[in-house]
Design a protein. Structure first.
Length: 139
């Protein structure tokens, strides 16, 4: 198999609320949306929001609790981390960890979207983020 991820789909309780959060918090616009689903074109993959019960039914895994994971949005500077977290909290996110510098370098903080999905907002001085949002390791 090719080494890539094409779609990340989050099961959400209220698709309209989640679409509003991602619009207001991240400033993203869906490329496709219906009442029970929305897709956002990312840099090289899609982020989907799907009504949780429908996603569970599709996977044949009803009532599965969320796993331990964090999605990440890498930004161009430490200042952009703080600004991004502030904007996301104003849009309805829960602050999980204020931004600070981890031992391995860079700067990061964590928020949770309205459904509890964890997002790391991060800047890494060893990574580049181009104008299209592509992140390159060690450049």
């Amino acid at each position: 198999m090719q080494q890539q991820i094409s779609v990340i789909t989050l099961g959400v309780a209220d698709v309209a609320r989640s679409k509003a959060f991602y619009r207001e918090g991240f400033g993203w616009e869906p490329v496709f949306e219906q009442d029970d689903v929305a897709f956002f074109q990312m840099s090289g993959l899609m982020l989907g929001l799907w009504e949780k019960a429908q996603l569970e039914s599709d996977m044949q895994r009803p009532g599965v609790p969320p796993g331990s994971f964090a999605l990440a949005s890498n930004v161009e500077s430490a200042e952009a981390v703080d600004a991004g977290i502030e904007r996301l909290v104003a849009a309805g996110a829960t602050l999980l960890r204020p931004a600070d510098a981890p031992p391995h370098g860079g700067y990061r903080g964590y928020i949770a979207d309205p459904d509890g999905n964890a997002w790391e907002i991060a800047w890494n001085p060893a990574w580049t983020v181009d104008n299209e949002g592509h992140v390159t390791f060690g450049v």
